[in-house]
Design a binder for this molecule. Structure first.
Ligand code: PGA
Length: 256
């Protein structure tokens, strides 16, 4: 069953004009599989600048731009926030939702995250929904329960059929920015658990939904991770800030 393969760069609160220039220019000579979608998610101020740079650079593949967050309301008195309509104005077609840093540092709940997913889908923007367990939860063998408890409220509010347009990113919190990647076996086993949960509600959606792995993916470990049956690409933090590493990661993601 073919699924969309995706490599998404999460620049977090990093990057600048110089990185946009270097990254887009150095992606000129990379060979991206036709099965693979590449997305760069910079901070809000750089969305339009990145789009412009891509438009003026001759790339031999489509390089997408995504946001790292969005507000669930349509408009109004929400100082510092960005709406889906604003992302639509910039022709942004992806948005990261529910990253563990948003959950832990900004107290985002599953209900709020579900509302963001709904708002994004309504606007035709693909949400990349992040889920993942902490180290304590994994040690206590609560991984499956935690992942299901993160998915359940979102699926209940959004509806399983709409999940066909959602991308899931499994990011174990203990692997984010730590250099401690999940082994390919552990990552595969956990992706399988996630797909199994979805399949209990819709086998069709489970066979189609892309599940990305995130957490210390780099140029060395990406190939083995991406080769796993249920891993459909990656959400890349630190390594996506280095053009040479990111190029290798993009090239390693291909249809199975
Ligand atoms: P990392 O971050 O690749 O630096 O671990 C991944 C993420 O947080 O999306």
């Amino acid at each position: 069953m073919t699924r969309q393969i995706i490599v998404a760069a999460n620049w977090k609160m990093n990057g600048d004009l110089a990185l946009i220039d270097t990254m887009v220019s150095s992606l000129k000579d990379v060979k991206i599989s036709p099965a693979t979608e590449v997305i760069i998610c910079p901070s809000f101020p750089y969305l339009a600048l990145l789009k412009n740079k891509i438009a003026e650079t001759k790339l031999n593949f489509v390089l997408n731009v995504g946001a790292q967050n969005v507000n669930e309301n349509t408009s109004g008195a929400f100082t510092g926030e960005m709406s889906t309509a604003m992302l639509q104005d910039l022709v942004i077609n992806y948005v990261i939702v529910g990253h563990s840093e948003r959950r832990s540092l900004y107290n985002e709940t599953s209900t709020l995250i579900a509302n963001k997913v709904i708002a994004s889908l309504k606007a035709g923007i693909t949400p990349i929904l992040c889920i993942g367990e902490s180290e304590e939860e994994r040690i206590a063998e609560k991984t499956q329960a935690v992942l299901y408890s993160q998915l359940k409220p979102v699926i209940e509010q959004v509806g399983i059929d709409k999940f066909i347009d959602v991308v899931i990113a499994y990011e174990p919190v203990w692997a984010i920015g730590t250099g401690k990647t999940a082994s390919s076996a552990v990552a595969q086993e956990t992706h399988q658990l996630i797909r199994h949960y979805i399949s209990q509600q819709s086998e069709y959606v489970a066979s189609k939904v892309s599940i990305l792995y995130g957490g210390s993916v780099n140029a060395v470990n990406c190939k083995e991770l991406f080769a796993q049956a249920d891993i459909d690409g990656g959400l890349i933090g630190g390594a996506s800030l280095q053009a040479e590493q990111f190029k290798i990661i993009c090239a390693a993601a291909r249809g199975k």
